[in-house]
Structure formats: structure tokens, C-alpha cells
Design a protein around this ligand. Structure first.
Ligand code: PLP
Ligand code: TYF
Length: 394
């Protein structure tokens, strides 16, 4: 039967990860996959996570089934973390999902049931998995203008003009914060303009919140989502705990659905649970239980927040150090934008040839669109990267 198939494309981010692993040059610099790393290049388990796991192992009494929506305490805590009361509880439903990707899959599948003829609009550019995921759900996918490669800022007027032209058959996928791959984000005023546009046109928002706490702080990163929630009656949001709890392989995310009223929220929720049951029955519990334990315990929660804050501040100082190091070598402000961007990534705007050159000559790895993971940097690596970039772009 498989003779009917041809080889499917690989995810370019995972392909690069394999390429880096196969390079044995000492001192290679890995700025590829979006995984947080410390100065030594490790992705450690957060202390609060370790403590929560120990508590779970010593006190849990059963591994019986938990239910289609997963861990209820987790889902409630995730709704609070994202929305902080911006929508009355009776209009919000949430299901634990296997990662932010799982949450996106649940929500896209739900939206397909609700409006099979809709078009999904993603930013140009966007996370490489957004388009294939929306296509796999059966949607037509289009892109709205987002990143201006000259200014390395959001091309806001063009973005808004495109959004203004959409209507009730359109779903707009917005990055909640820390835009992947560009690092360029909407400011408050721009969020309000986007929200007003969505309200006017009736286009449906799908917010992807994969990096809450990695940009300007847990609450600040949710500014746009909460502002949207205050204005728009119906929307969905996929959140992920992979990055902000560092539990990537545990696969923890949450699919959040907001309805116009409690009755519609109930109907949407019943469809969501129905489609989950038909796919994987219920999500795995362990990672979600870790998050629940942390978020419900004042002491562990404070410890987690402090650790997350330290990770966030380190990424910001890496950004500043890289911008400074390039400026001091090139005598130009061309890369100052790196310090203005937020989150784990910046799109440097280098040519593919330059990216290839850095890989071949300097063992510096970034995605072929020149996205770098700023968490992959550290003092000595920052200086070497600045040398390499200035050398290659002179
Ligand atoms: N959305 C965006 C924009 C991402 O960068 C990621 C990356 O990890 C995800 C969703 C999904 O994350 P995960 O499925 O690992 O929770
Ligand atoms: O963009 C990244 O690097 C992260 C990790 O299919 C990732 O979001 C990459 C690809 C993918 C899932 C996660």
C-alpha cells in the first residue's frame, strides 16, 4: 500500500538539529532549535519542576485514567496564567493537550468543524509548523504581511490593511508574544488596532502563546491576549508549558476556548472533547501535574517565577551584548535591532549564502532564514559570533 506515497518533507528545524549533532568541530555554536540553554549550553530541569516531581512521585496514589479534558486543576491554572480573569469563567473552557502543538491541533480541528470553509491567515513569516498544521486540518492558508526585512520591525500598516480586508470566513493566527521566528512584536497600541480590526471585520482570532514569560514578563507578555479577551466575544488560544517550565519532552499545553455565552462555550467544549476522544482519548498526565503542583503552591510558584525571570533577563542581556559586540566591530547600528527584539529568537536578515558561510567556516549554526536562538549565546560565543557576522557581511 505504501507505494502510493512519496517521501514527506522533514521539519527543517529538527533536520538542522541532526546536522549540528553530526558536526564534531570543537566550539560549534548552536543557535538552531528553540530550546532554552544556559551558559554551558545545557537545558537543565528547573528547580521547581524537580521539586514538584519529587512531591508527585512520593504522594500520588493512582495512575488510573484522568478523563478526556486531562488534568482539571492544570487547565484552570493555565487559564488564569494566560487570561487572569479577562473573561468571565462561564464563557471559558479548556482542555489539557500534548504540548502547544497538540493544543493548536485540537483548536484547528475544532475550528474546522465550526467553519470548514474558512481560510487561516498566518504571519509572513511564521513558525514553520503553522502552515502545514493548518493545511493538515483541511484549511486554505494565506499569509498577512508582518516582518519588514529592512527595518527588522513589524510592517504594521501593511499588516493592518490586510487584516481590515478580512471577514467572518477568516481565522487570524496571532503570536501572543515573542514572535517566532522574527523576535519583532506588536506594541500595545498596535495590539489595540489589531483587536479593533478583528472586531470590525468579524475575523476569528486564534492566539498561539508558546513563550509567555520569555519576553517582557508573564503579565506583560499576555497584554495583547488579555486586551483581545476584553473586546472580542469569541476566540481560541493555544498555550504551551514547553519553554516557560522547560518541560519540552513532557508535552504539556492547553487548548483554551472562549464562547459568546456559556451555552456556546458548552457546545464548543463538547465538540473539543469529542474530537480529542477520537484522536488520543486523553492526554498524558505527568507534565501537567508538575505544572499544577507548581502553580497551586505559593512557594514553588515563587521559585518558578524567579527562575523564569532569570532566564528571561539572561536572554535580554545576551541580546544587548551581541548588539554591542557587533556595533563595536562594525561601527554601525545595523544590528541594534537584536537588543530591541524580544523572546528567544531574532531574524538577522542575512543572506542564505552568509548563513552557509558561517556554518562552513565558523561552525555557527542558525536556521537558513537566519533566525538565531539568543539563549544559545554566552560571553565568549557572543564575541566569536560578532566576529563571524561582521566578517561575513563586510
Ligand atoms: N507555537 C510556536 C510559535 C512555537 O514556537 C512552538 C515551539 O515549540 C510551539 C507552538 C509548540 O510548542 P510545543 O508543542 O513544544 O509545546
Ligand atoms: O521553533 C522552534 O525552534 C521551537 C521548537 O516542529 C520546535 O518551536 C521546532 C519545530 C517543531 C516543534 C518545535
Amino acid at each position: 500500500m505504501f507505494e502510493t506515497l512519496s517521501k514527506a518533507p522533514q521539519d527543517k528545524i529538527f533536520a538542522l538539529m541532526a546536522e549540528i549533532a553530526a558536526d564534531d568541530r570543537p566550539g560549534k555554536i548552536d543557535l538552531g532549535i528553540g530550546v532554552y540553554k544556559d551558559d554551558e549550553g545545557n537545558t537543565p530541569i528547573m528547580t521547581a519542576v524537580r521539586k514538584a516531581e519529587e512531591r508527585i512521585v512520593s504522594s500520588s496514589k493512582t495512575k488510573s485514567y484522568i478523563g478526556v479534558a486531562g488534568n482539571k486543576g492544570f487547565a484552570k491554572a493555565m487559564v488564569d496564567l494566560a487570561l487572569d480573569g479577562a473573561v468571565p469563567d462561564d464563557r471559558v473552557r479548556a482542555a489539557q493537550a500534548p504540548g502547544g502543538t497538540g493544543a493548536l491541533w485540537v483548536l484547528l480541528t475544532l475550528l474546522k468543524r465550526a467553519n470548514p470553509d474558512a481560510t487561516v491567515w498566518i504571519s509572513d513569516p511564521s513558525w514553520p509548523n503553522h502552515k502545514p498544521m493548518a493545511e493538515q486540518a483541511g484549511f486554505k492558508v494565506e499569509a498577512y504581511p508582518y516582518f519588514d526585512p529592512d527595518t527588522r520591525k513589524v510592517r504594521f500598516d501593511q499588516m493592518l490593511a490586510k487584516l481590515d480586508s478580512l471577514g467572518r470566513n477568516d481565522i487570524v493566527l496571532l503570536h501572543g508574544c515573542c514572535h517566532n521566528p522574527t523576535g519583532a512584536n506588536l506594541n500595545h497600541d498596535q495590539w489595540h488596532k489589531v483587536i479593533a480590526s478583528l472586531k470590525r471585520t468579524g475575523a476569528f482570532p486564534l492566539v498561539d502563546m508558546a513563550y509567555q514569560g520569555f519576553g517582557d514578563g508573564l503579565d506583560e507578555d499576555a497584554y495583547g491576549l488579555r486586551a483581545l479577551a476584553a473586546e472580542i466575544d469569541e476566540f481560541v488560544c493555544a498555550t504551551s508549558c514547553s519553554k516557560n517550565f522547560g518541560i519540552y519532552r513532557e508535552r504539556v499545553g492547553c487548548a483554551i476556548v472562549v464562547g459568546e455565552d456559556a451555552a456556546q462555550a458548552d457546545i464548543a467544549n463538547s465538540q473539543m472533547l469529542n474530537l480529542i476522544r477520537g484522536a488520543y482519548s486523553q492526554p498524558p498526565d505527568h507534565g501537567a501535574e508538575i505544572v499544577r503542583v507548581i502553580l497551586e503552591d505559593a512557594e514553588l510558584r515563587a521559585e518558578w517565577k524567579a527562575e523564569l525571570e532569570a532566564m528571561r533577563n539572561r536572554m535580554i542581556s545576551n541580546r544587548q551584548a551581541l548588539a554591542d559586540a557587533i556595533r563595536s566591530r562594525s561601527n554601525s547600528t545595523d544590528f541594534d535591532f537584536v537588543a530591541e527584539h524580544r523572546g528567544m529568537f531574532s531574524l538577522l536578515g542575512l543572506k542564505v549564502e552568509t548563513v552557509d558561510h558561517l556554518k562552513a567556516e565558523n561552525a555557527v549554526y542558525m536556521l537558513d532564514d537566519s533566525r538565531i536562538n539568543v539563549a544559545g549565546l554566552a560571553d565568549e560565543r557572543i564575541q566569536r559570533l560578532a566576529d563571524a557576522i561582521v566578517g561575513a557581511t563586510r
